[in-house]
Design a protein. Structure first.
Length: 290
């Protein structure tokens, strides 16, 4: 590991001012430190965000939702009472490495690392999360899905800091789920993953739907065709199977040592059907078979 400067600002504004060429922010460090040790990333200045209170807390928002500090570790996030309204995000966070890693890793870091297989990202997108980003020109608010530019690349500038991830209040008659496939249960990355979110109307038909695919494209993929098919219909096994097939068509997988493109598409089909079924089960609305 090469030598580097280290600072720990107390405010977001100080952090933005300290960023520049060769600087990287440190939230959990579970990716950055490994990359530096292996020589895959040259860093001249590490800016530690852990001492900024706003980045390490869960706060209520005026609309009744929550703002999750980008440097808050997964373990603390999972234990926070406010997260009981967002079980899919908690479950996806618990898939990030081991318990020891979760004590350091942050949901914000999972986003900023921009791995196509990132486990927290599909749940965040399905839940309608928005990113609050601070930069030299002030703060901006944008959908989380707009942050991804490619594998390991985001739209964040060199002096931008992800401050928080804002979740809207959980809608009535809504539920989310995230499922993935890995060769091993723990300490592995997804070969494919699918997040789903449904909101039912008073008749039990789908009023809104979001399906997000992971590890089957350079960035997270919204399965738009599948979403459109579900909206306005009462969930049934047949409908969900048709939507899952459309989701597989939206996937853009590659073949590598962990699986072929064809295999990944089949996984998307299976996981999408199961994720939507899990949402229905959480809503107390088991799938109709006819």
């Amino acid at each position: 590991m090469n030598e580097f400067d280290y600072t720990a600002p107390a405010t977001v504004e100080e952090a933005v001012a300290q960023l520049g060429t060769g600087a990287r922010v440190l939230a959990g460090g579970t990716d950055l430190i490994v990359q530096m040790r292996e020589g895959r990333r040259q860093v001249g200045h590490v800016v530690d965000l852990k001492r900024i209170a706003e980045l390490t807390e869960v706060a209520s928002t005026p609309d009744g939702g929550v703002a999750i500090g980008a440097a808050l570790n997964v373990t603390a996030l999972s234990a926070h009472p406010a997260m009981a309204a967002y079980p899919a995000l908690v479950e996806s966070g618990r898939m990030i490495g081991s318990y020891q890693i979760q004590n350091r890793a942050s949901i914000g870091g999972n986003v900023c690392n921009a791995a196509p297989s990132a486990d927290a990202v599909p749940a965040l997108i399905c839940l309608g999360a928005r990113a609050v980003v601070a930069g030299p020109g002030g703060r901006r608010d944008e959908p989380v899905e707009a942050l991804f530019a490619g594998p390991g690349r985001t739209t964040l500038g060199p002096r931008d800091v992800l401050v928080s991830l804002r979740l809207p209040p959980a809608a009535k008659r809504s539920a989310a789920a995230y499922l993935r496939f890995t060769p091993r249960r723990e300490m592995d990355i997804a070969v494919a993953g699918v997040g789903a979110w449904l909101r039912l109307d008073e008749r039990g038909a789908v009023a809104e739907a979001r399906l997000t695919l992971a590890a089957v494209g350079p960035t997270p993929i919204r399965a738009a065709q599948a979403e459109r098919l579900l909206i306005g219909e009462k969930p049934s096994a047949k409908l969900v199977a048709e939507a899952a097939a459309l989701a597989a068509r939206d996937a853009r997988p590659i073949s590598d040592t962990r699986g072929s493109a064809e295999y990944r598409r089949e996984l998307v089909k299976t996981l999408a059907a199961r994720a939507v079924a899990a949402c229905c089960a959480r809503l107390g609305n088991p799938l109709e078979t006819a």
